[in-house]
Structure formats: C-alpha cells, structure tokens
Design a protein around this ligand. Sequence first.
Ligand code: GDP
Length: 607
Amino acid sequence: MVKKTVQETTDSTKSNENISVNQAASGAEPPALEIPNAIIVGNLAGIMQIGPIDVIKQLMRLGHMYTINDVLDFELAAEVAESFGFDVYEPEEIKLDATSIVPSNDSPDSKDLIIRPPVITILGHVDHGKTTILDAIRNTKVVDAEAGGITQHIGAYQVVHNDKLITFIDTPGHEAFTAMRVRGAQVTDIAVLVVAADDGLMPQTHEAIDHITAAGVPMLVCINKMDKPEADPEKIKRQLSERDLLVEDWGGDIICVPVSATKKDGIPALLENLQLLAEMAELKGNPDKLATGVVVEASVDKRRGPVATALVQTGTLKVGDYITIRDLRGRVKALLNDQGTKIDHAGPSTPVEILGISGLPEAGDIFNVSPDEKTAKQITLEYQQTVANHTSKLEDAYTRIESGLAKYINLIIKTDVQGSVDAVLSMLNSLSSEQSKIKIVRASAGGITENDVMLASASDSVIIGFNSELQPGASVLATQEGVEIRTYKIIYDLTDDIAKALHGLLEPVFKDVVEGEAAVRETFDIGSKGTIAGFYVNKGKITREATLHVIRNGELLHEGAIISLKHFKNDAREVSNGNEGGVLINGFNEFEEGDILEAHRSEQVPT
Ligand code: GDP
C-alpha cells in the first residue's frame, strides 16, 4: 500500500486545479493531490497538469504500458503522482464499483460528494420488449409533466420516481451498453435484463448476460409480457439458474420484477427496485469540478453542426467549457436537456446534448473538460501520438503477463457448430499451466458478429474464430476498434498459437493476397540480362513489390521477385488493369505466350 499523507484542506483556493507543476518540482511543500479509486491516465495527467505523454513515460519507467485512456488503480496512480512530487491521498467514503471510472480532480473535501442518480441500461433479446419498457417508463414518468410528456429522443432521459431522479440510456440493446465500455468507460450503474415471459432465454439474452457479467455491474431481471396467456416466468427463472443466475425466490440475490410493458403493469415496482439497487451501490459524484463523461450518441445536424448526447459522470459541464473527446476539441456553445430545453450546466448522471465540438465523436467516447484551451490542445495532440502505437494483443500477451501488466489473455471463441465449442475449450484446457492464463469471455457457435467485436473491445479480448465466418461489418468494426481477430481451420494451429502467445513466441500473421493477373503476349530476349515478358493486365494490378507466379496450363512454374517493371518504355511502380507492360523476373526466362502472371503480396493480417 502506498504511503498516504492526509492533509486537511479547507481553503477552497487550494483545489487541485490550482496546483502547478512548478510548485510540484520546486522542492517547496509538496502539493496535495486527491486521487480516486480508479482514474484514467489522461485525467491523472490533467489533475497534475502534466502532459499525458510524460505520465505514460513515467508509467513505462515503472514497468507499466498504458495508454491515455487506460484506467489506473489508486496504488499505481499514487506511485506516479508521488514520482512527480505530489503528496497523495485517497478520497474518503467513496465506495464505487471497481469497474466504474471515477474521474479525476475531486475536491479533497468529501462533503462535496452528492448522491447522483443511477444510470440504467436495458438489455435483452430482440422483441422481448426493451423499447416498449423504455417508452412505458418515459410516458408515465417524464421529468417535466408540464411539457405534456413530450421528450426529445437524445439517447438518454431522466425520470422522477419517489422524488428522485433515475437516468435511462434510451438506446436499448447491448450495442449501446458495450459501446460505452469500449474505451474503458463504464456508464451503466445497473443493467436491466429483459426476458419475455412467453419466450425464454434467447441468443441475445445470453449475449446480454455475457456483457453484463463482463462489466461487473449489478443486474435486475425484468420478466416482460406477463399479460400473455402463455407467460411462464418459472421457466425463465429455471433457465437463468442454468446460467448460475439465481433470482430471489430461487434462493439467490438477483431481483426479478414481472411487468407488462404494454399494459404498464409493474413499471412502478421496476423503478422502486432500481432505486433500491442504486441505494445499495451508494452512487456518488462531485458536481464541484471539471466535468468528465461519456458520449451516448452523436450526429451531425445541418444547422447546428456536430451534436453529441453525453452523460456527465462527475463534475459539472458548463456552457463555455473547453472540451476534448479523443482528438476532437471544442468550446461548449450550448447545452440542451432531454426536453430540448437550453440549460447552462449539467451535473453528475445528467444526459445532455452538447453543441460546439469540432467533429463527430462516437458512442462510448470519453469527454473531458480542460481548464484552458492550451491544455485541451495538448491533450488532443498527445492523444493522436498515443493512438499510433497500437500493438497486437496476442503477440504482446507474453510480455504483458510476465511484466504483471495482465493476468490473462481474454479470449472470445467463436466456432461453426456447438460441438466445436466444447472441442476448442477442452483443447485449451489441455494447455495445462498456460490454461490458468486464459480467460474465456465468451464461447459460442456462430459467425463473428459486430457484437462479438464490441464485447472484445470492451473486455480487451482477442477473438478466435474456428471455422467461423466473419459477418458483414465485423471486420470494419474490428479495425476501427483495434480488435484482433484470428481465424483457424485446424484446431491444432489454434491451440499452437495460443501456446506460443503465452510463451512470447507468436509472430505476426501474414496472408497471401493476389493483387492482379496478367497474360504474357510477347517475349523479348535481352541477351545476358534475360528475357522480358510483355504482358497485358486482365485483373487488378501488377506492382513493383509483388512476387510473380508464372502459371502455364494451370501449373505453377516459378515464383520470383520483379527485377524490372515497365509501362511502355518507362520504369513503372505499377501497371493496372487493361494496360500493357514488360517485366523481368528473378530466376526465370522461359516465358511463352499465353503464360499467366499472378501478382502476389504478403499482407499482415490486421489486428
Ligand atoms: P425490443 O426489440 O426488445 O425493443 O422489443 P419491442 O419493445 O419493440 O417489442 C416487441 C413487440 O412486443 C412489440 O410488438 C410490442 O408491442 C410487444 N410487447 C412489448 N411488451 C409487451 C408486453 O408487455 N405485452 C405484450 N403482449 N406485448 C408486448
């Protein structure tokens, strides 16, 4: 445990925002710095007023590889802050879920912490009634009854129940839920798992359970469509128990609320129980500091420019604030609440539309407020530099585990059929000692979907496909989110790679790509230098860097590098489809008219 010096700070001018780096380095009395239980690297840099790159470098010196958006626990954050000359102490009486992000610069005075509304996300299988439940809650409980119950759809809304606010993420499904977690943000305090009473646990219910479990947030089960004659809630409770989820009347501690969303039955009980869970979680926030939060939705409005709906997590967001989101910057031009009303500030757990950002952020992006424009600029610049240093998680696994940076490789296993799931899992189990370093986040049959990619991104997993097809969109999303996908057709290759990864021996994967095809039309003997093949490109292109395969009657005669590539008389970097050219290949002169030249390139499989 890091040594802590608790300092009484009653003078409000001594707030963290006023600590200067010079003061920290000057050898004068070390400035006090309060660090929450968990803090994002970028935020730690912000409250110390030290560049994020310097903080990341210091972490490296201490043997840790972190990026600007990674979360540090108190011990490590304190070690870093102390190395910059700060006197560190923990906030009092803050008990928050270890997975939730507690942003920075809390005022040292714990009385500043106020109870904040819980943020709820609704998950479950399609057609089980998530949207209807969200509508039923909104229509019966809008904050501003005078507005006639009309709320804007901005991606999140608040209702009042028993004189207390509850915030709902108004985009049902786990896309919304995981998008929030993708970059380490944890927006949801409580997850509601909706299951239709006339149906049962379906594939997306299972996926939702995986997401909720991976996030480590409390869960409430809502059995919907109770009005239907074929409703069978006991069946659902039994199915839940098969996944080790025991509801209260089955001897467990998971609250289960039966509702009928269409009849609006059970909605007050649902809200009541959500408030109960919220009270147990002791959700607190400090409104008295620069705001941090998460983007829930964003779009470009023709008149207003980029508009982001964000949820303030801690602090108070104000009009005029300097805001950064990834590499985007801006000054908050206007704030609108979920009723479309202009407001000038928004505190913890408040959903708000933000105008004035320089570009379009994505759901799940974290926003931060900087004390001034210069700091905001520096943060965005350094973010760009950090993003450039992405490495493969699987290739990196050994170093990360050995250096103590990671305890496990998280894997998501997708296979063609259910039988192969068991086969892959038992093979991975047979990796004996290594097996303890593997954590299976999900193992199921089916194609690799965008959902898998989202879960992988949120849980820092590598996706392993065994005879499993990549679904449309998954590949693009994986590239965007930096998720590594490896696909295998042979089970031994799969386990071999995992074993190698755990021993630090895994090499990057390359795949052979055919870039183009040409037909030889003429040959030119140029004496001792060899024979040039005059060709016509039928498909794609022939590039200077390609390896050419010479194929005659379907048979591969030679593979060789290109010595010279010409288009007309000129040296060319590439000759594209429909054009003629000449090529000299290393080690082959016996071209004949009609030979096929196939241009191959080795490409690293994107991670
Ligand atoms: P989502 O895909 O989970 O958002 O599901 P929806 O909210 O769109 O609901 C799917 C269908 O189920 C719609 O036709 C709803 O009218 C219907 N539905 C939702 N809740 C109930 C309910 O409590 N009872 C009955 N009978 N139908 C419901």
